[in-house]
Design a protein around this ligand. Structure first.
Ligand code: PGA
Length: 258
């Protein structure tokens, strides 16, 4: 398995000055943190600013969204090439807020994945069920549909570039994270779907992150789930001290220190 990954999704928060402060705080706090890959996903307008801090470090930069075309009449959209130029290595694709609030379909997600890969960006593909779907016993069905659709055009040789984030929608921004058992089951299912789609050997290294109300207080519990290879953190990534505590705890549990 690759190094654990902890990503901070800043969503639509902060000015460029805030982003600079936060990125610097994380950069300085990370000096003694090893064996963990850290990814920051600021808003588009702060990408270049944050890149100014991250290029000197091991921290990686991600965008929160991307369009699938290279250029053209797509008012308000940003192309993969533009993200590369702004310093991004990663891009979050198919976040539930994009799917629910901006009506992104599975097909759009699939196009974005391919466009990102073709440009050399590493996708973080988000999947996850609503509360209604979970209560109706549809978690597995929803996740396998999302994975199948999103990864449809991805070849065997490109699947290793993809990170999956399991983000149950009912846990995002609610303060109620999924229990260790719920996370374990969903992550096992995701791994199983990947095996079916690409064969066991091709997906051994793919990281599966958990996201949804990750906080300093629940990081150790989540990190102890061996199927969890990283975290996608929203609200708690906006405070350097909290995010650093999450990174440290996660890395230590995975390294067997605690
Ligand atoms: P949250 O968001 O940590 O604020 O629940 C997670 C996410 O949306 O990626």
């Amino acid at each position: 398995m690759k190094t654990p990954l902890v990503a901070g999704n800043w969503k639509m928060n902060g000015t460029r000055a805030d982003a600079l402060r936060l990125a610097r705080g994380i950069y300085h706090g990370m000096k003694n943190l090893h064996r963990v890959e850290v990814v920051l996903a600021p808003p588009f307008t702060a990408l270049a600013t944050v890149a100014g801090v991250t290029t000197k470090s091991k921290i990686r930069l991600a965008a929160q969204n991307v369009h699938w075309e290279e250029s053209g009449a797509f008012t308000g959209e940003i192309s993969p090439k533009m993200l590369k130029e702004s310093g991004c290595q990663y891009v979050i694709i198919g976040h539930s807020e994009r799917r629910q609030l901006f009506l992104e379909s599975d097909l759009m997600v699939a196009r974005k994945i391919l466009a990102a890969l073709n440009t050399g960006l590493l996708p973080i593909l988000c999947v996850g069920e609503t509360l209604h779907e979970r209560q109706n016993g549809k978690m597995r069905q929803v996740i396998s549909r999302q994975l199948r659709a999103a990864l449809k055009g991805v070849g065997e040789n490109a699947i290793d570039k993809i990170t999956i984030a399991y983000e149950p929608i009912w846990a995002i921004g609610t303060g109620h994270h999924a229990t260790a058992d719920q996370v374990r089951q969903a992550h096992r299912w995701i791994r199983h779907c990947l095996h079916q789609l690409f064969g066991k050997n091709k997906v051994m290294e793919n990281r599966i992150l958990y996201g949804g109300s990750v906080r300093p207080e629940n990081t150790v519990e989540l990190a102890r789930v061996s199927e969890v290879n990283g975290l996608l953190v929203g609200g708690a990534s906006l405070k350097a001290i909290d995010f650093l505590s999450i990174i440290r705890d996660f890395a230590e549990v995975k390294a067997g220190v605690v």
